[in-house]
Ligand binder design. Structure first.
Ligand code: ATP
Ligand code: MG
Length: 591
């Protein structure tokens, strides 16, 4: 056998002839009834995904090529940073999740698929792998000398999402790259985190999506580092606030802003109770008390908060012109979750109908919190826990218990950036990646330690990192499509180029097409050969929909050696001679 040096080999020359007649392709005329956003409609119509059950999809051969190409980009960039690819079990024992303290929470939330084996032992299908990875790495790494360590896998995750929708965007079984770093101290974690951050930037740049990195909520774990990689798209489920001037960008769950001004309350005055029949909302109160603007009101919202071993009502006071951010609330009280109290619960807890809750005379059993916007404010307008009454000139601490103050408000577009004061703008984003400094949360809970430099057992300092391997290509479609179909970015297109003859009865067309196909393959182009016996119109339509970046059609002028070259992005068509095709295709592919 003659050894061919790897580097001289054209990238795809060793692939077999990629005949579309032999690849399962079934494009559809109609969008599926449940498809709401372009990527779901187009991926289904172009035959890339087929629904098996709610939130569970089969990837057709072309989609699987896309996924493999994206996964390859992920692998190359992570390997470059010294990460190890491993494969962890999908099925996990309850014991590991009990050790980390997460079993009950995940089961109660209903997000985790659980099952029992024949002996009756509880198992789950991994929604994430912190536990298994911590268990694995701590069995392998005993000393600080063996670190840094970073392991990742690309595997299906299982989450029983409340609202599976948008095709691959929010599925119940989906492909994820999850990586976990293990270091001896927080300084080393910072280094590991930055390496992953730059690998992520390269990954999303290479796959041709427009993305932005935003500060993200890091939940009850706290810590400085949690950032999300967002693909900007109108259909995104996340809201992002950003400032062009300062570069600030954050998920609205985390975002903060300069506090908008509100009219002053003036000299402390005596509290007055007023009858306010059927006046419940801030807008109705503004109409009823024309000299009291929303900024002088404090609304009180009752939540039911859940902790591991307790459930309790929490009353949250918020300036009338602002809104509560539930993620900030959860973090402030370190709860597992919060939910608005029902009408019934509110009535029982406060003695009043919805619209009249307030801090005055509120039961001692209810935790009382207030947003910082209400600190040191005089003479507020509040509900007083009596149906059809409100009080004017309420002064916190004098007429009420003193609430605990936290930043609990939702930042909004138009408000000032926290640093520069320049206005924040809002955009929608799709979370395609998340990087996170975990610290010692899991290692401490699970007793995962190594021998430190001081000779003592020390818990690993961890980071975790995720990328949606099925969600990212769908996001690429969300950004790159037109009214005719998908426009795949070159790096993750199922094929870079398609060569198609138009009339199956004309040998000169078939021969020229085969020659061009071979020539392109020789040139290292990832090319396929459309030899399907279809009408020219049907072929054009299929390729518009499937979105291969460069398309070469061999038709009527094949006898004169003329062919048509189409660049899917912009649908630019040129006629050229067969001799020029190779150069033109390579140039369209940016080579
Ligand atoms: P989301 O906020 O969208 O529910 P998450 O924060 O729960 O996501 P992570 O646990 O951070 O998700 O998972 C890492 C990555 O996996 C996400 O950034 C996203 O790209 C992808 N992902 C998460 N949930 C799904 C899902 N249901 N379907 C497809 N991809 C998902
Ligand atoms: Mg996330």
């Amino acid at each position: 056998m003659i050894a061919v040096p790897l580097l001289d080999r054209p990238r795809y020359a060793l692939s077999p002839i990629m005949r579309l007649s032999q690849i399962l392709i079934q494009t559809l005329r109609e969008d599926p009834a449940d498809a709401e956003i372009p990527s779901h409609k187009l991926l289904a119509r172009a035959g890339f995904i087929v629904k098996t059950a709610a939130g569970i999809y089969t990837y057709s051969p072309l989609m699987w090529r896309v996924m493999k190409k994206f996964a390859q980009i992920v692998r190359e960039e992570l390997d470059r940073e010294g990460a190890n690819e491993v494969m962890l079990p999908i099925m996990q024992p309850k014991e590991l999740w009990q050790a980390s303290g997460r079993w009950d929470r995940y089961v109660n939330e209903g997000i985790m698929f659980t099952l029992k084996d024949r002996k009756g032992s509880d198992m789950c299908l991994g929604p994430t792998h912190e536990e298994v990875m911590t268990d694995f790495v701590s069995s392998q790494v005993n000393s600080y000398k063996q670190m840094p360590v970073n392991c990742y896998q690309i595997q299906d995750k299982f989450r029983d999402e409340i609202r599976p929708r948008f095709g691959l965007m929010r599925a119940r079984e989906f492909s994820m790259m999850d990586a976990y770093s293990f270091d001896a101290d927080t300084k080393a974690l910072d280094v590991a985190y930055q390496k992953m951050r730059s690998a992520y930037c390269r990954i999303f740049e290479r796959c041709g999506v427009e993305y932005t990195v935003v500060q993200a909520d890091s939940g009850a774990i706290g810590g400085a580092g949690s950032e999300e990689f967002m693909v900007i798209a109108d259909s995104g489920e996340d809201a992002i606030l950003f400032c062009r001037e300062s570069g600030y960008a954050a998920n609205v769950e985390k975002a903060t802003s300069r506090l908008p001004e509100a009219p002053d309350g003036g000299e402390v005055a005596a509290m007055e109770k007023h009858e306010t029949p059927d006046v419940k909302t801030v807008a109705q109160l503004e109409a009823f008390f024309p000299t009291w603007q929303a900024g002088r009101m404090a609304k009180t919202i009752l939540y039911k908060a859940t902790w591991t071993d307790e459930e309790k009502f929490v009353a949250v006071m918020m300036r009338g012109d602002l809104d509560v951010n539930e993620v900030k609330l959860i973090n402030a009280i370190d709860a597992l979750s919060v939910e608005l109290a029902s009408e019934e619960e509110l009535k029982k807890a406060t003695g009043a109908e919805v619209g009249f809750a307030g801090p005055v005379g509120l039961s001692e059993d209810i935790l009382l919190l207030a947003d910082k916007s209400l600190k040191d404010r005089s003479n507020l307008l509040c509900g007083c826990n009596e149906t059809n009454y409100h009080s004017l000139n309420v002064n916190l601490g004098r007429d009420t218990r003193m609430p605990e103050f936290h930043e609990l408000r939702t930042a909004r577009a138009g408000e000032g950036d926290p640093k520069s004061g320049a206005p924040l703008e809002e955009a929608r984003g799709i979370e395609v990646g998340h990087i996170f400094k975990l610290g010692t949360k899991y290692s401490e809970a699970m007793g995962a330690t190594f021998m430190g430099q001081n000779g003592k057992p020390t818990p690993f300092v961890m980071g975790c990192y995720g990328i949606g391997v099925s969600r990212t290509p769908a996001s690429a479609v969300e950004q790159h499509h037109d009214e005719k179909g998908i426009v795949w970015p070159i790096e993750i297109a199922p094929f870079e180029c398609v060569v198609a003859f138009l009339d199956k009865k004309r040998d000169e067309q078939k021969e020229l097409a085969a020659k061009i196909y071979e020539d392109l393959q020789q040139a290292g182009v990832d090319v396929c050969f459309d030899d399907r016996p279809m009408s020219p119109g049907a072929k054009f339509k299929d390729h518009e929909l499937m979105g291969m970046p460069v398309q070469v059609f061999i038709g009527r002028n094949a006898g004169e050696g003329r062919v048509e070259l189409l660049v899917r992005q912009g649908m630019d068509k040129v006629e050229c001679s067969a001799d020029e095709v190779r150069a033109k295709v390579l140039s369209a592919l940016g080579r």
